[in-house]
Design a protein around this ligand. Structure first.
Ligand SMILES: *Cc1c(COP(=O)(O)O)cnc(C)c1O
Length: 384
């Protein structure tokens, strides 16, 4: 099977992890701060907090921005369920903003309209950079100034991408940005995530929240003249820490971030060219390629939209049988049984629903060979 996404592990990665296994600290040692420094270097962000998943990072990002009971978060329906779930885990409510069919990202027009007409506006907006291509953050940040909401970027797909000349994760247009290091994403720590910010107070809160709400930092402790063994619990936190084993893998992987993204971009361009040359380019909704001025995607996913006349399920099964690990991103979150019980229904976000009916994710990761890619293209075209 040619999987839709897969980690790439080198001997250097294995040595980096082995070194930790032979060291004094499997967790809470020096490897996590080193990985965080690497994330800051790669993005230009001031602070990074590595945690055990992007879901955890999104959760403490909401908590750090004091989302709670009575609060409201808006995100896009074309995302993984975690983007919305974290708001509910804080006791807040969730609503969605429909996507722009051209980019599959949150539509700025839909956002504007919803802000103008809603009685309950969001405390936090969570744009999701689908497939690694940034949302229109400058326009979104302008709206945040007018309406006074905070912004958490769900950049789970997007480490290595850039927007208007700045690396995604630099938080030029947001309060916090979150990456995922799950093995199908761009770089991996096994399981893992990070929350980046330029705000020192937010960073303090993120770091306290990821470790039970507890701190030994004299700057933050309420106990004065603390004994050397004392720690203060300041907030209700969780254990969302990343282990040093994972962080060492992450640091080693980050050294190849640029080459990974470059290869993904090359393969995505090659897919688009092949489909356009086949004459089926217009029938297959192809993803927008990078435009150098504004958008440089990290190319986490390569997703086409199959024509309405094609039975997607049959196509999916035929490709899987032929050894092509196609997938679908995403089932609209608001149509999950859990969200339907919160009163969302079919027709609420028609662009995300229509996109989902036709969306098909093709294999895209640095180890896909050109022969494999040609096979994927030909098998797909045969089924049209
Ligand atoms: C993968 C992903 C997550 C969750 O990431 P984990 O690290 O698996 O918790 C959240 N949001 C989006 C958009 C994702 O793709």
């Amino acid at each position: 099977m040619i999987p839709y996404g897969r980690q790439h592990i080198t001997d250097d990665d294995i040595q980096a992890v082995e070194k930790i296994l032979r060291s004094d600290f499997l967790t809470q040692g020096p490897a996590v701060p080193a990985f965080e420094a690497e994330l800051c270097k790669a993005t230009g962000s001031q602070y990074a907090s590595a945690v055990n998943s992007a879901t955890s990072a999104l959760h403490i990002a909401c908590l750090a921005l004091r989302l709670g009971r009575g609060g409201m978060l808006w995100t896009a329906p074309n995302t993984f369920v975690a983007s919305a779930n974290v708001a509910l885990l804080c006791g807040a409510q969730v609503d969605f903003v429909d996507i722009d069919p051209a980019t599959r990202n949150m539509s700025v027009d839909a956002l504007k309209q919803k802000l103008e007409t809603s009685e309950r506006r969001p405390d936090i907006l969570m744009p999701v950079h689908f497939a690694g291509r940034s949302c229109e953050m400058a326009e979104i940040a302008d709206l945040a100034k007018i309406y006074g909401f905070k912004i958490i970027e769900d950049a789970s797909h997007a480490v290595g991408g850039s927007y208007r000349g700045s690396p995604i994760g630099r938080c030029v247009y947001s309060d916090i940005a979150v990456f995922s290091f799950h093995p199908v994403k761009i770089v991996t720590t096994g399981e893992g995530g990070a929350a980046l910010t330029n705000d020192p107070e937010l960073d303090d809160r993120l770091k306290v929240l990821r470790t039970h709400g507890v701190t030994r930092d004299p700057r933050l402790m309420e106990t004065t003249n603390a004994a050397p063994w004392e720690y203060d619990q300041l907030e209700l936190g969780l254990n969302y820490r990343m282990a040093d084993i994972a962080a060492a893998l992450g640091t080693s992987q980050m050294s190849r971030l640029e080459s990974y993204v470059a290869r993904r971009k090359e393969l995505a361009g090659r897919y688009n060219s092949a489909f356009e040359a086949s004459g089926f380019g217009d029938q297959l909704g192809l993803p927008p390629l990078d435009d150098l001025e504004i958008h440089q995607s990290a190319w986490h996913l390569y997703t086409v939209e199959v024509p309405a006349r094609v039975n997607k399920r049959r196509l999916f099964e035929a490709l899987r049988e032929a050894g092509v690990g196609v997938n679908v991103h995403y089932q609209p979150v608001h149509l999950q049984p859990y969200y339907r019980r919160l009163n969302f229904s079919e027709g609420d976000f028609p662009n995300a629903e229509e996109y989902y009916r036709r969306a098909l994710t093709l294999p895209l990761h640095p180890q896909v060979t050109e022969e494999e890619q040609d096979k994927v293209v030909n098998l797909l075209l045969e089924q049209l």
